[in-house]
Design a protein around this ligand. Sequence first.
Ligand code: 2M8
Length: 429
Amino acid sequence: MSRLALATLDGNWEHDHTVPSRTLYPHQWSWDSAFIAIGLAHVRPDRAWQELGTLFAAQWADGRVPHIVFNPRLRVGAYFPGPEFWDSAAADGAPAAATSGIVQPPVHALAAWLVHRRGPSAASRAALAELYPGLVAQQRYLAQRRDVAGGGLACVVHPWESGLDNSPAWDAPMAAVPAEAETMRAYRRHDTAHADAAHRPTDLDYARYLAMVQSYRAGRYRDDDLADRHPFLVECPLFNAARGAAEHALASIATVVGADPEPHRERAARITAALVERLFDPATGTFRPRDVRTGRLVPARTVLGLTPLMLPDLPAPQVAAVLAEACSARFGLAGRMDRPLPSHDRTAADFDPLRYWRGPSWMNINWLVWRGLRAHGRPELAAGLRRSMIDLVAGAGCHEYFHPDTGAGLGSPAFSWTAALLLDALAEV
Ligand code: 2M8
């Protein structure tokens, strides 16, 4: 199985980065590269550092790490929306490389720390020292430019920033974004040419995705006055838990590179407190995204609500609540479980086992929860989840996502983060 994973990563290597998938996603994606680096650390450590280095070479002057770095060698139309749609060159502080203008969950400091820990050496210490200022700037950008509500949490300005593009979590806030499916007649979608349209977001979803990019692009991707002019502003539990986990990782990195870990620890504590304060609903015992435009928590109970478990300092009552939710029939976590966690509540009326982030199981989210279970001293549950992840890939291969009941592989068949995180799961007993 590790041979298949390695072959998948080698097949997706592209001169200085790894593409998530040759067909569906032929450029470099931000959080994909972090997960990929974690896997590469086991088999190609030099490449793990190069992966992160290439991504951070495209960091903007304000600290944002773009969610896509476009490969200039590819033909126009290799992905939609491509560099011409994003037009990053027109924005202040954009790098020389063409990129998107939005971000993804900041899991990179954690990745850098894990790559180093896998094989500490003079070279890995030098790589950490080189990345550290960029990782700090990434966090500063999110803390200072994206805290629209002022409560200590960063907003996502687009569902693509969450990484869980068409999660039911975004249905309510997306409904307020004016757009019509017919707009898509003017464009050519790339995804539906390579994947089953019934598994992908709808045309109306895509029309709204484009409207949100156009709104942000019209302000040249500046973040001032977002509350007055941007139609989608949501505080996401996964995105903010990743920020907190990043500060914990930065505290560890700081001790290696001769910086002060204390400010990172303080920021981590503040993020965890804000997450509990703003996104935990005591009535249902769940973490849910907050729509900053309406002030309300979204109704859907998705797997996003389990991800704060990745925070080592999550308070005991919230740990217990997340575990109760995870072990309920909604998600089915157990010491012996047939399938990994689905992306959405199995008991919900809109649970869809085939459509992208609306039901299927994904390796990266399961991997994050697996780490959380170990951090919070739940080895039995962690072992059950790990076994289900390994069995899933053993049965279906390195697919992008999986049917949550049958385990059938869906989406791209040679998907990088599935391969990478499998390698990590295999290595850590
Ligand atoms: C998916 O998102 C892209 C847009 O960024 C797409 O649908 O075209 C998501 O699964 C996202 O989390 C992932 O980073 C990306 C590349 O794998 O694909």
